[in-house]
Design a protein around this ligand. Structure first.
Ligand code: PLP
Length: 378
């Protein structure tokens, strides 16, 4: 099955009993048992399993080429639950400009439970190798990163992970399974903030995880059921609805991004453009090797916080908001929004300057987006 077909025919489609083409919303908490322990379809309680959530979990498993899928109440719930695979005393190596919430949960919450972390530039495999300690259990990579779009070589990192008996976990939120399947390149666990492209319409908060073997599947299901950070049936249904159009949306997002990049590259107000599709971008070759598309996240530097504010106040179609990956174009200033929880010095070290603007290019008419941005930059 090819990708667009898989988004529509993957997982469990429709309803056996009625022939309904759309998976029903099983708004239920518990299930009648035929005698004690006599479960009809394997369902006993909706924290443990729910048919609507299960259909979504099967769909993401299929589109990520994995063995088992899991749906959580948010991307952070997915990441935190995945981290519960580890024990007090364990250590995980992370991409340095990882999503701000991931940095926060590792350094302000899970550190208190004894799970330590080191943040390095994983786009350089040597740095990743050098960060491995005796108690390291996993490498967690986000590629491309947020907001500088740095690219990590998944296969090369998987080789390092295997050689050291570590798990490789990849946050695939930015590129989506339509363009990139980390498990095909050796990752053990793939996770998503499904709030972004998978949902695609700024109307649901959700997280998804896919694992590449049965043991990890058992372990993560035990954690999902024990800690209970599940996605509800309504949101599971809404997310499946969004995922059906992921393919056509990603194609359109990327087409529009090409037009926006053309404008940004030749505009005098713009000092630097960050996008893996640009051939001079440091991660261009690796991105081309491991993905079928470069996505629609772009960052650019206008030099100062004042200029950034001016651009933000003049755009009409780019909505000032956190988040990304929806049909509508969004604009943000990472230093004061998504990455505000990272200390100022650390931000500058990472290259997240005060004049950096990040856009998530939507699927409006490209001409409108380019005109709007040009007007604001002029
Ligand atoms: C948004 C985001 C998250 C967190 O997901 P939520 O659904 O907001 O909890 C994690 N990783 C990346 C790359 C994100 O963009």
């Amino acid at each position: 099955m090819r990708k667009k077909t898989q988004m529509i025919h993957g997982g469990i489609v429709g309803d056996e009993q009625t022939g309904a083409v759309s998976t029903p919303i099983y708004q239920v908490s518990t299930y009648k048992q035929d005698g004690i322990g006599g479960l009809r379809q394997g369902y006993e309680y909706s924290r443990t399993g729910n048919p609507t959530r299960h259909a979504l979990e099967e769909l993401i498993k299929d589109v990520e080429n994995g063995v088992r899928g899991f749906a959580f109440g948010s991307g952070m719930a997915a990441i935190t639950s995945t981290m519960m695979l580890f024990n007090s005393g364990d250590h995980v190596v992370f991409t340095d400009d990882v999503y701000g919430g991931t940095y926060r949960v590792m350094t302000s919450v899970l550190n208190r439970l004894g799970i330590s972390s080191t943040f390095v530039d994983t786009s350089n495999v040597e740095e990743t190798k050098a960060a491995i300690q005796d108690n390291t259990r996993a490498i967690f990579v986000e590629t491309p990163t947020n907001p500088l779009l740095k690219v990590t070589d998944i296969q090369a990192t998987a080789d390092v992970a295997k050689a050291n008996d570590l798990l490789l976990i990849v946050d695939n939120t930015f590129t989506t399974p339509y363009f990139q399947n980390p498990i095909d390149h050796g990752a053990d666990i793939v996770l998503h903030s499904a709030t972004k492209y998978l949902g695609g319409h700024s109307d649901v908060v959700a997280g998804l995880v896919v694992v590449n073997n049965d043991q990890l599947g058992e372990d993560l299901h035990f954690i999902q059921n024990s800690s209970g950070a599940i996605l509800g049936p309504q949101d599971s249904w809404l997310l499946m609805r969004g995922m059906k159009t992921l393919g056509i949306r990603m194609e359109e997002h990327e087409e529009n991004t090409k037009s926006v990049i053309e404008l940004l590259q030749q505009h005098p107000t713009v000092e630097k453009v960050f996008y893996p599709g640009i051939s001079s971008h440091a991660g261009h070759d690796v991105a081309q090797k491991q993905s079928n598309g470069f996505g629609a996240m772009v960052s650019f530097d206008v030099g100062s916080a004042e200029k950034a504010d001016e651009v933000l106040s003049k755009v009409r179609y780019f909505t000032l908001a956190e988040s990304l990956g929806a049909v509508e174009s969004l604009i943000s200033v990472p230093a004061r929004m998504t990455h505000a929880s990272i200390p100022h010095d650390r931000r500058l070290e990472l290259g997240i300057s005060d004049g950096l603007i990040r856009i998530s290019v939507g699927i409006e008419d490209a001409e409108d987006l380019v005109e709007d941005l040009k007007h604001a930059l002029d």
